[in-house]
Write a protein that binds this ligand. Structure first.
Ligand code: ZN
Length: 262
């Protein structure tokens, strides 16, 4: 599932490929196959304009248009963007194809149909509507502010890190990594965390997200001290003599090391 670094990688790619190209038309696949209501008047909003910039908040990509307003992508489990060249057919599972006047195009496809498209007139309005917390890479989200978000909560730490209304961008994989780096078991509650841990958690969060952005979320290029390098249960732990284990916790597969994640 695309989390913050994956979406940032898609954003950089979008920025390089699709800005400044006049939109000739929009064709929509089967609307019923998108989970959320399809944005109204999408063809009218997009035809004749062009994308002028992008921004990302958490797992959302917002593509701004010359006329104002933003097309918002959420990639669910399997959503992806592909560039189409003039003779390319729309890919399988294509939900929307945007054709440019130069003959090329952009397709949003989503095999599992959990992604969504939305339209918003303003970024602030969108963040309020979705009730999103600060982006996990927001420079203003310093260790103090990070701690204040979590300190009085009673919930488990892992689902709290994944709660997009608290902090936007972290999903199952990066939450597991942050716990792994700090020796915290995925069933540990926030009230049971050691004192002073939030600065280290914040540091690990920034470290792993920045590394992954730099490596375009290619986990095979991570150093092997990261869980993400190889999350398979049974792998020897790089931090202790233990072996990794997988377990279903609150409906998600947690991978952790019982040796050092007490
Ligand atoms: Zn270990």
């Amino acid at each position: 599932m695309p989390e913050l670094p994956e979406v940032e990688t898609i954003r950089e790619d979008f920025q390089g490929r699709f800005l400044g190209r006049k939109i000739a038309g929009v064709s929509i696949g089967n609307e019923s196959r998108l989970r959320s209501p399809f944005p109204e008047n999408l063809k009218i909003r997009l035809t004749g304009t062009e994308f002028t910039g992008t921004l990302r908040h958490g797992k959302y990509l917002l593509a701004g248009t010359e006329r104002g307003g933003y097309l918002v992508f959420h990639f669910g489990m399997t959503g992806r963007l592909d560039e189409l060249f003039p003779s390319d057919p729309a890919p399988r599972f294509c939900r929307v194809t945007i054709r440019f006047q130069d003959g090329g195009g952009l397709s949003f496809s989503d095999m599992r149909r959990l992604g969504s498209l939305a339209w918003t007139d303003g970024v602030g309005e969108f963040l309020r509507l979705k009730d999103l917390g600060p982006d996990a890479m927001d420079p203003e989200l310093d260790p103090d502010r990070f701690e204040k978000i979590f300190e009085h909560r009673r919930a488990l730490l892992k689902p709290s890190l994944m709660n997009q209304t608290l902090i936007a961008g972290i999903g199952n994989l990066y939450a597991d990594e942050i716990l792994f780096q700090n020796g915290i078991h995925p069933r540990v509650g926030i009230p049971d965390l050691p004192a002073g841990i939030f600065e280290a958690l914040h540091g690990s969060m920034r470290d792993v997200l920045a590394l992954s952005i730099r490596l375009h979320a290619d986990f095979s290029r991570f150093p092997d001290r990261y869980l993400l390098f190889d999350r398979r249960a049974g792998r020897g732990c790089p931090h202790c003599p233990g072996k990794l284990e997988g377990s279903r916790i609150q409906g998600r597969t947690a991978v952790f090391c019982p040796g050092h994640q007490g």
